[in-house]
Design a protein around this ligand. Structure first.
Ligand SMILES: [Fe+2]
Length: 445
């Protein structure tokens, strides 16, 4: 549970006439048209605490309002619908006590479900009885507060978890060593948090390649999840080749881009590990597109709207057996919050999902977004050395490289993985080590 902003549940419960002195039960119905009022302190007399949350059933049992009254949220309240409460019951017939998975479907809940009674018990649970089927269940009060959905406001452009950055990050690249991440959970947590919150991190000190089929980056990927195999294989080589199937395998500079926008879903993490880098040039470039999106929306909301509303097309064909193609917005904004971008000029296919009247403006927006992404103020340029790798959130952080000479060798291994496993690993590590002095966000503010 969260550590802040929680009701003080150790205080005495509300005592009402005719009820057990350790519980609060309110069966009265008040019309939903009445806005819940803040309760005055004298309503908590007779030995009860003003910090005790108070329950109010409204709208013929269709809504429960909790007046938090916890001292830190004085006068605030949260409303919950009966159908939502019933769906989230924590009794063993509704959710498996072991794995928390739901044991019922919505069809098991009457469509006319209503709250008959709600009682706060000494275990800080609200005990419910629902009509018309006399269903008894309970929900933890802290859980209800953590999962409140009433008046949470419009979503911000970016998740609160996100930290955006520009070229200033070059002076302090988020990094750890393979040994530290392997041996010290604190270092691993911090490194994973960098990827989770900044979308980028470096790791040095990788094991050297011991034989031709040894891929050191796969050992690093085990620290954050699982490799994602594609038509490029589990690991792909990035170095100069004749007749390359992809421009990434030549010595040309590469405009910053996200990889594989033609897939659905895209690989959400990309890992590039260096084996040799003796070429002149070939520096790595990373750009936080979320910073660019912030700039774009501020200077031109219309451009932001165009790129997040209409679909671009992405396409990749390799020989006669691979043809990957998608139609997706360049800026993905489900429910109004930016969750990812696809930006790759090489793979951008014919645009034909944009209305005639919007096409010219769409091109203006696309051009401007590209200009912002290529602004040197946003670019972090660094030399990736042998036995180093970097990880990018491929839905957010663009990568590219400066051109490099054909003399000397620049040889990288690339691979993909996914954020769901990284987030899982991070969540589990935080749970395991939160009680051992390892804090969650020591350097990420
Ligand atoms: Fe790439």
């Amino acid at each position: 549970m969260g550590q802040i902003d929680e009701p003080n549940l150790m205080r005495p419960m509300i005592s009402l006439p005719g009820l057990n002195h350790n519980s609060a039960q309110i069966d009265r119905m008040t019309p939903m048209t009445q806005k819940p009022r803040a309760l005055s302190s004298n309503e908590f007399s007779n030995g009860t605490s003003a910090d005790t949350p108070k329950l109010e059933i409204q709208n013929s049992g269709n809504v429960l309002t909790i007046h938090w009254n916890d001292g830190r949220n004085d006068g605030t309240h949260s409303r919950y619908h009966a159908i939502w409460l019933r769906d989230n019951g924590q009794d063993p017939d509704t959710r498996d006590p072991g794995n928390g998975q739901k044991l019922i479907t919505l069809q098991n809940i009457p469509a006319d479900t209503a709250i008959r009674s709600a009682t706060l018990n000494p275990q800080s649970q609200i005990e419910f009885v629902f009509s018309p089927d006399n269903k008894h269940t309970h929900i933890d009060l802290n859980w209800l507060k953590a999962n409140r959905y009433d008046d949470v406001g419009d979503p911000t452009l970016l998740s609160e978890n996100i930290i955006t950055w520009g070229r200033e990050l070059a002076g302090d690249l988020p990094r750890t060593t393979f040994q530290q991440a392997t041996e010290d959970p604190k270092c691993l947590i911090q490194w994973l948090e960098h990827i989770d919150r900044r979308g980028f991190a470096v790791m040095s000190g990788l094991p050297s390649q011991s034989h031709v089929n040894h891929y050191p980056i796969l050992e690093a990927i085990k620290l954050l999840g699982y490799v994602r195999e594609t038509n490029y294989g589990q690991v792909f080589e990035v170095r100069t080749e004749t007749n390359p199937v992809n421009l990434a395998y030549t010595g040309q500079g590469l405009q910053v881009h996200t990889d594989n926008p033609y897939r659905d879903p895209v690989p959400t993490l990309q890992i590039l590990g260096c084996l040799q880098n003796e070429a002149d040039g070939g520096d790595s470039i990373v750009v936080d597109s979320f910073r660019a999106v912030e700039i774009l929306r501020k200077e031109s909301p219309d451009y932001f709207e165009l790129l997040s509303t209409f679909h671009a097309r992405f396409d990749y064909q390799q020989s006669n057996d691979i043809h990957l193609h998608t139609s997706k917005p360049m800026i993905c904004t489900p429910q109004g919050q930016v969750t990812g971008i696809r930006f790759n000029n090489r793979s951008c296919h014919t645009l034909r999902d944009i209305p005639f009247a919007k096409m010219e403006d769409y091109y203006r927006a696309y051009r401007r977004f590209g200009q912002i992404l290529e602004d040197p103020q946003l670019a972090v340029t660094f030399k990736l050395n042998p036995n180093e790798l970097f990880v990018v959130d491929n839905t957010r952080v663009l990568h590219g490289r400066t051109a490099y000479s054909s003399t000397g060798t620049r040889w990288l291994h690339g691979a993909y993985a996914d954020k769901d496993s990284l987030k899982s690993r991070l969540s589990v590590l935080r749970q395991q080590y939160s009680d051992s002095g390892i804090t969650a966000h020591p350097n990420n503010a």
